[in-house]
Design a protein around this ligand. Structure first.
Ligand code: MG
Length: 158
């Protein structure tokens, strides 16, 4: 059996009055993400982890933010396309692990629905989809509520 590991990282700035999408679900929040797409920074980091495992570049390369095709797009569609690339290569996803650094709002009540939303897109069980959230104890740009930072890891195999 052959294994590959991938990791991804993304940051989006926060602004008042914009929608906040994270891991494919809408989060009730006064602030949301400034972005060309729907701004789902967690899905973007996850796409980069999968693309990293495939050594196929990054999400900005695949879906350029200069293209109108991706303007305001639901990031779940981007993830579906990346998962298609995984499967096309004969790979299966073993698991994913996502860490979201956000000062506010608290994400704990949303974690299960995030995992349940991502699992069918990834073609794996909810038990293989980990989503964790942390604040940064008010330190740095996350702590100042200027943005959100996400790390994602995955293992794929064939
Ligand atoms: Mg992004």
């Amino acid at each position: 059996m052959e294994f590959r590991i991938g990791n991804g990282y993304d940051v989006h700035a926060l602004a008042k009055g914009l929608p906040m999408w994270l891991c494919g679900i809408r989060i009730d929040s006064e602030t949301g993400f400034v972005a060309h797409s729907d701004g789902d920074v967690a899905i973007h980091a996850l796409c980069d982890a999968l693309l990293g495992a495939l050594a196929l570049g990054d999400i900005g390369h695949l879906f350029p933010d200069t293209s109108d095709e991706w303007k305001g797009i639901d990031s779940k569609i981007l993830l579906e396309r990346v998962v298609h690339l995984v499967h096309t290569g004969g790979w299966k996803i073993s698991n994913v692990d996502i860490t979201i650094a956000l000062q506010r709002p608290k994400l704990a009540p949303h974690i299960l629905r995030m995992r349940q939303t991502l699992a069918p897109i990834l073609g794996i069980g909810t038990d293989a989809v980990s989503v964790k959230a942390t604040t940064t104890e008010r330190l740095g740009f996350v702590g100042r509520e200027e943005g959100c930072e996400v790390w994602a890891s995955t293992i794929i195999f064939k």
